[in-house]
Design a protein around this ligand. Structure first.
Ligand code: SAM
Ligand code: F3S
Length: 490
């Protein structure tokens, strides 16, 4: 869901549409369906929550729209993990406020982490904001909107539901022909790393019963899905809150039993909960894809202690080595933070050495930024911004070379690809060499390798594209871009 931009032109278009409708006799409410526009920021968890909001609202007659100008309800689903997003969100709502001039019934809402953190304070600060809803209250969204409309009272619902009372939303079979889908298997995080806001905005861990996960995946497979990504902030601690009746490795094996499901992925894991059984699953479970995102955050034991990660560098490396021994085909990725309070140059050099030692296929790297309310926010943010930038650039330059080397290894190889649908030609950037080559190849289908790399493959007809979608095929790679591949069907 991308922002289409509420420019003055689009507001004028909205006014024009309204005038046209009035010209038709003014029966707008009887003729029009209600539309919801959701602007999603942040991680996959927020993308998933957006889908749950759409499902909850569908039962109240709301149809998703990709144009905010058509919306009767517009929600910004916020993320505050790294950015100082408040300003961004406030200015977005300022733009949306203008739409109310043409549609006084328009309801403006805020969801996600900022909503959870700020709650009622947002309503006090932003008079045009109608409702605030936290992640645990998504099921209440239709009644909150209704209450806003019927009683003309602004609404805020941000209470955490106690883990014993928490219920996950009922799954709804997708009708959009998707080949891949996310499945939340747990919510919240009990780790409380000192830099991280997530435990404050998502609450304590609650695992979905294994039977419900299996039922949900079966429902998705029946609707045509061939690959699922099991989601959780700390996904591999799955089951601990349910006395470990089914742990995460066992959950993967249970999901893998489902006929018709081809691929399983998961994210995000914590090194402490990376059990031998999980590592072994990469060798024994054919459906578990060979890509493991295992955040370490820093290569310095002292920094890790300050981050309260409860693991060291050595025990992390032991797990990496074990994985490489029993499943050498698995590509690894990680998250790294530079400039954590007290990080010295020596600490940073240890992170650089870690890169050379592990040789990640790819990684996410961030400059530390204090999140209000976290333990680390009480420490002096003593690495100057310019130095954080310098460290980040150095780290990224080394990783770019390692990633390029990893990608180059795909050239000439035959890989198994799960095809997802038409390729978006300009994703590599309209001017890039890769785009030009791809454009010259005409109609293309997009799929992914087991390592989750995008591959674009030329096809002759739209019928061939449709026939490939949702299927596995062998592809010979003959084009390597910065983060995607091209190839020919074998
Ligand atoms: N649950 C995951 C984990 O165990 O790492 C993901 C947590 S967070 C949503 C995603 C990443 O954002 C973290 O792994 C960390 O690298 C980064 N991050 C979180 N808080 C940050 C902060 N205050 N400053 C910079 N980066 C941060
Ligand atoms: Fe955040 Fe650490 Fe949990 S990074 S999501 S507190 S594992």
């Amino acid at each position: 869901m991308t922002m289409t931009g509420a420019s003055s032109l689009s507001i004028a278009q909205k006014a024009h549409a309204q005038a046209e409708l009035e010209g038709l006799g003014g029966h707008t409410s009887a003729v029009l369906q209600r539309h919801v526009y959701i602007e999603t920021m942040g991680c996959q968890m927020n993308v998933y929550d957006t889908e749950r909001m759409q499902e909850a609202l569908a039962s109240a007659g709301y149809v998703p729209t990709s144009e905010v100008e058509r919306a009767d309800l517009a929600i910004v689903n916020t993320c505050s993990v790294r950015d100082k997003v408040e300003h961004k969100v406030t200015s977005l709502l300022g733009v949306w406020k203008k739409l109310k001039e043409f549609n006084p019934d328009l309801v403006l809402g805020m969801a996600g982490c900022v909503a959870q953190q700020e709650g009622q304070k947002l309503l006090d600060k932003l008079p045009h904001l109608d409702l605030v809803v936290g992640p645990d209250q998504i099921a209440q969204l239709p009644s909150l909107v209704e209450a806003r409309r019927a009683q003309n009272q602004r609404q805020s619902a941000t209470a955490f539901v106690h883990r014993r009372e928490y219920t996950f939303p009922e799954p709804v079979p997708p009708s959009d022909g998707r080949v891949t889908s996310m499945v939340t298997v747990m919510k919240g995080c009990n780790k409380v790393c000192s830099f991280c806001i997530v435990p404050f905005t998502r609450g304590r861990e609650v695992s979905k019963p294994a039977a419900d996960v299996v039922r949900e995946v079966q429902l998705l497979v029946d609707a045509g899905v061939r690959e699922v990504t099991l989601l959780g902030q700390n996904v591999n601690s799955y089951g601990k809150d349910r006395d470990g009746e089914v742990d995460f490795a066992e959950l993967i094996h249970q999901v893998a039993e489902i006929d018709g499901l081809e691929r399983i992925r998961f994210t995000t894991s914590h090194p402490m909960d990376c059990t031998d059984a999980l590592i072994e699953a990469f060798a024994t479970c054919k459906k578990l894809m060979p890509f493991f995102h295992l955040p370490i955050q820093s290569g310095s034991p002292a920094v890790l202690a300050g981050m309260r990660r409860h693991h060291g560098v050595d025990d992390y490396l032991e797990k990496v080595d074990k994985l490489r021994r029993i499943a050498p085909h698995v590509a690894l990725s990680t998250d790294l933070i530079v400039g954590f309070p007290g990080e010295t140059l020596d600490d940073f050099e240890m992170t650089m050495q870690l890169l050379e030692r592990v040789r990640y296929a790819t990684l996410y790297s961030f400059m530390y930024s204090a999140r209000p309310g976290t333990r680390a926010a009480e420490l002096k943010d003593d690495v100057p911004l310019a130095e954080k930038k310098r460290r980040l650039q150095r780290l990224q330059a080394v990783q770019d070379a390692l990633t390029a080397e990893w990608l180059a290894g795909f050239h000439g190889r035959a890989v198994e690809v799960l095809f997802e649908g038409p390729s978006r030609l300009h994703e590599a950037g309209p001017q890039s060499k890769l785009s030009q080559v791809r454009e010259s190849r005409g109609l293309q289908v997009m799929g992914r390798t087991p390592e989750n790399l995008k591959v674009n493959v030329a096809v002759d007809t739209p019928e061939q594209l449709a026939a490939l979608t949702g299927r596995l095929g062998r592809v010979r790679i003959d084009l390597v871009g910065q983060n995607s591949l091209g190839g020919q069907l074998i």
